[in-house]
Design a protein around this ligand. Structure first.
Ligand code: TMP
Length: 207
């Protein structure tokens, strides 16, 4: 059995992740790729409960360490019960956010030590890394405007603009450090043009 491919989609709030996730799913399915679509934090019953905890802004304040460890606790469940079994069965996995989000939000946004994140990544994932990451990038104000229009903001979306500027910078740094894996897509253009770029990138990894 050939191992499936692991594709992740990343970006700040309001860059069009959901719309483009659907586009990628439809595109891969139209090419008869056996696929599961999932998300982080979440993807299993326990990990979804951790997600609810993490996004609820009415909870007591989280320590930065608790937030980081919960992200990786959810990830560990997700990898064990969903991601690894699917890849081993030859399915492709399309995941809405993964560890690059931890480097961006906990590393960039919360300024947590990168080496701590690296060691948790090693502990939880071993050698597992995405085969391809699509990073949707747009100026922070544009994304935040769209996020606000969606209504009720979660615990992360309530952060200040400067937090998201740091998140964006950390994402772009991750892309610079991993140019083979992470493809940056300008999300501040017509959706049809975003889709064209996504298709071009996906074409290169189709069997
Ligand atoms: P979203 O994917 O629906 O936007 O919500 C998930 C939120 O969780 C988002 O604000 C980013 C945040 N997050 C982290 O801070 N670290 C992580 O590792 C992941 C996967 C998500």
């Amino acid at each position: 059995m050939i191992r499936g491919k692991f594709i992740t989609l990343e970006g700040c709030e309001g860059v069009g992740k959901s719309t483009n996730l659907e586009f990628i799913r439809d595109y891969l399915q139209s090419h008869k790729i056996p696929l599961i679509v999932t998300r982080e934090p979440g993807g299993t019953p326990v990990a979804e409960q951790i997600r609810t905890l993490l996004l609820d802004h009415t909870n007591e304040a989280f320590s930065e360490q608790a937030e980081l460890l919960l992200m990786f606790a959810a990830r560990s469940q997700h990898i064990k019960h969903v991601i690894r079994p699917a890849l081993n069965a030859g399915k492709w996995v399309l995941c809405d956010r993964f560890t690059d989000a931890t480097y961006a939000y906990q590393g960039g946004g919360r300024r947590m030590d990168i080496h701590t994140i690296e060691s948790l990544e090693q502990l939880v994932q071993g050698t597992l890394r995405p085969d391809l990451t699509l990073l949707l990038d747009a100026p922070v104000e544009i994304g935040m405007k769209r996020a606000r229009q969606r209504g009720q903001l979660d615990r992360f979306e309530l952060e200040k603009i400067s937090f998201f500027e740091s998140v964006r910078r950390a994402y772009l740094l991750q892309a610079e450090l991993n140019p083979q894996r992470i493809k940056v897509i300008n999300a501040n253009q017509a959706l049809a043009d975003v889709h064209l770029m996504i298709m071009e990138i996906l074409q290169r990894i189709l069997p």
